[in-house]
Design a protein around this ligand. Structure first.
Ligand SMILES: Nc1ccn([C@@H]2O[C@H](COP(=O)(O)OP(=O)(O)OP(=O)(O)O)[C@@H](O)[C@H]2O)c(=O)n1
Length: 382
């Protein structure tokens, strides 16, 4: 977007950078625009009315557009993890130096307010050749970049992007060095959740597997190559309405794992409740699908397990999932659920049941209804 004169920027050397420059050239929707300012001090920014927001480095919000303006800076690694960086921001830091600290060449382009491209590291050429390539060997200073690169691949995979061999080699190096283990759970999950929302989420996990990072970060998934391939194929196998949903995609990815492995992974990544719950329900639904028959006890256990009684809204989407693989079973389960849902505990209370006896009788009658529906279905099959 071209803007007219901006009095706050007058006399300031400011460049649009990062995602906005990349995405506008790719014809991808631009989410937000970040800026780099060269040759200014924090005091000058504040004098101009910019509001300081950076904790770790000097970043300011434009008084009107509220876009982020960061003072040009260099970063050097000084230890493990996210905090192990020495940031140097001063009016002497050049635009080229600021761009050099960035992860990928396509993320290291800048643009003047009037649209002139500054591209010292060949970002445009890589963008046109659809290559994700690191800017410099300093790529390895931030292990999160392994995940970021995989995520960008997942986003742009449909455009034909690949990871440059040399970059993949650095990603491998990071996976082998143990540096990835220094990433805190929140950062790993934030990237992973973003990747789950990208057009090609399977590509993210495959790229992490290719460089050995999956075995470090999500060993439960990486353990068995065939299982992993099946899980990745399932990721995008979702009923309409659920397709593209991060939480459902995650559930599909992990539904084949036993609950110890699922819980271990969820604890390690500090997964939000919704992700844990849905993964458990999807796993239970898969279990039901694989039961012989399945018989009334299994159907009942499934309804109990997904807490259908209190959370009836869970049933339909899970049935839609079954329908993708075993439509006939989904139909039977749907009938059983509709029949059993009509039995209101209130009726039993009115009949005089209470306490434990109420629970026992409710379960008995529910089971009887399920038996009846399954019998009817079996007879109409015969
Ligand atoms: N670990 C990181 C994080 C960020 N950056 C740089 O900071 C810019 C902004 O980062 P961010 O907002 O996370 O990503 P975007 O590139 O804007 O992408 P997205 O569309 O995902 O927001 C990136 O373009 C990149 O130049 C980096 O080099 N290394």
């Amino acid at each position: 977007m071209r803007r007219g004169r901006d009095r706050y920027l007058e006399g300031l050397e400011a460049y649009r950078v990062g995602g906005a420059v990349r995405d506008s050239r790719l014809g991808w929707p631009v989410k937000d625009t970040d800026w780099v300012v060269v040759g200014a001090t924090p005091e000058e920014m504040q004098r101009r009315g910019f509001r300081p927001v950076g904790r770790d480095f000097p970043v300011f919000l434009h008084p009107e557009t509220h876009e982020e303006y960061a003072l040009a800076r260099t970063e050097r690694k000084s230890g493990h993890g996210y905090t192990g960086f020495v940031v140097h921001a001063s009016p002497e830091v050049t635009l080229e130096e600021d761009l050099a600290r960035r992860d990928l060449t396509i993320n290291a382009m800048a643009e003047t307010p009037d649209g002139r491209l500054v591209d010292p590291y060949g970002g445009l050429e890589d963008l046109e050749a659809r290559v994700l390539r690191h800017v410099s060997p300093a790529f390895v200073e931030d292990p999160l970049r392994v995940l970021r690169t995989a995520r960008f691949l997942a986003r742009y995979a449909g455009l034909g992007f690949t990871i440059a061999d040399e970059t993949l080699a650095l990603m491998r190096e990071l996976a082998e060095s143990g540096e990835l283990t220094h990433l805190v759970a929140e950062r790993v999950w934030t990237e992973t959740e973003k990747a789950l929302g990208e057009p090609g989420p399977a590509v993210y996990f495959r790229a992490l597997d290719d460089c050995g990072a999956l075995a470090v970060l999500l060993p439960e998934l990486a353990r068995d190559a065939k299982m992993l391939e099946a899980a990745l194929a399932r990721l995008d196998c979702l009923p309409e309405g659920l397709a593209g949903d991060e939480c459902w995609r995650w559930a599909r990815l992990v539904e084949h794992l036993d609950h110890e492995a699922r819980d271990a992974m969820a604890d390690r990544l500090r997964l939000p409740r919704a992700y844990r719950d849905l993964a458990r329900q999807a796993a239970l639904t898969r279990w039901l699908r694989d039961q012989p028959g399945p018989g009334p006890a299994a159907v009942h256990e499934w309804l109990d397990g997904i807490d259908a009684w209190r959370r009836g809204e869970r049933v339909a989407p899970l049935l839609a999932l079954v329908e993708l693989e075993v439509p006939r079973l989904a139909e039977t389960l749907g009938r059983a659920w509709r029949a059993v849902a009509q039995l209101s505990p209130r009726i039993l209370v009115e009949e005089g049941f209470k306490g434990g006896a109420l629970g026992t009788e409710l379960a008995r009658r529910r089971r009887a209804i399920i038996v009846q529906v399954l019998d009817q279905d079996a007879r109409s099959d015969a």
